[in-house]
Design a protein around this ligand. Sequence first.
Ligand code: PDD
Length: 274
Amino acid sequence: KISYYNGEFLDDDKISVNYNDRAVYFGDGVYEVVRIYDNEIFTFEEHLDRLVQSAKEIRIDIDKEEIREIMIQMKDKNKLPNAALYIQVSRGIEGRTHLFPEKGVQPVVLSFINKVDRPIDAMRDGVKAVTRDDYRWLKCHIKSLNLLSNTLLKQEAKDSGATEAILHRDGVVTEGTSTNVFAIRDGVLHTHEANNFVLNGITRQYVIKLAKSLDIPVKEKAFTVDFLKEADEVFITSTTQEITPVISVDDEKIGDGVSGEITRKLQKAFEAGI
Ligand code: PDD
C-alpha cells in the first residue's frame, strides 16, 4: 500500500511522521475521509471544498488543486476499487510552541487508504445507539483532527453494547460521534441545522437532496432527545456508514425496532447514486 507524507508517496511501512509535526502534539490540523466506489471518489468536490473551508477556519491556507492531485494519485497508485481514503493537513513542522510557526513553514499533508466494503449488515439490520452529553467544543463545523471527545464517547457507546453515541446539548440532539443524526416523524425528515454545533456532513447534504427529490419533506431544525425517542424512524449518516438505521436509543425501541420504510427508500436512492 502506498501512503503520502510531506511531499512523498512511499510504501506504507516506510512512512515516518516527524514528531515536530503540529498534528502530533496539538492535533493542529484538519482532515477528510472520502469513499471510493468502483474507482471513483464519491462527492469529491464537496469534500475538497469542505477541507479548504475547515483549514480556512483555523487559518491554514491550502491549495485545493494540490490536494485534489494528491488524492487522485493516491487512488491511482493503490488501485483499490472500494476504499476509504484519508487525508489530513497540519499547520506544519516546527518545535513545539503554541504560537503559529514562523512565516515560511508550510502545511504538511498526510494521506493513507484502506480497502472498505459497504456496511451491508448494519444498513439492513440497523444499530443500537445511546445518548450522551455533548461536551465537545463549540466549533464542531470544523473537521478538526482533535477527536478526543469523539473517541471517548464512541468507546462509551461500545462499552454499553451500542454502535454510536448520539450527542445532545441540554437535551437538544446535535449529531453522533462520527455521524449526523436524522429522525423521521409523520413522514417528515428532521435533522439539526448546519451550524457550529454539527459537522455539515457531505452524506447529510446528499441525503437531504435525495429526500427532496423523493418529495419527502425536510426540516433542518434541532430536536430533543425525547423527540428522537418518539420518532417513527431514526438513522445516522456518514461517508463510511452511508445511511444506517438506528433501531434503539438507550435500549428504547425506535418504531417497530427494525429499519423503517422511508429509511429504506433513501438507502435505495443512495445506492442508485453511487
Ligand atoms: N466522520 N459528524 C462527525 C462528528 C463526523 O466525524 C462525521 C464524519 C460526520 C459525517 O460526515 P460525512 O457525511 O461528511 O462523512 C458527522 C468521518 C467519516 C470520520 O471521522 O471517520
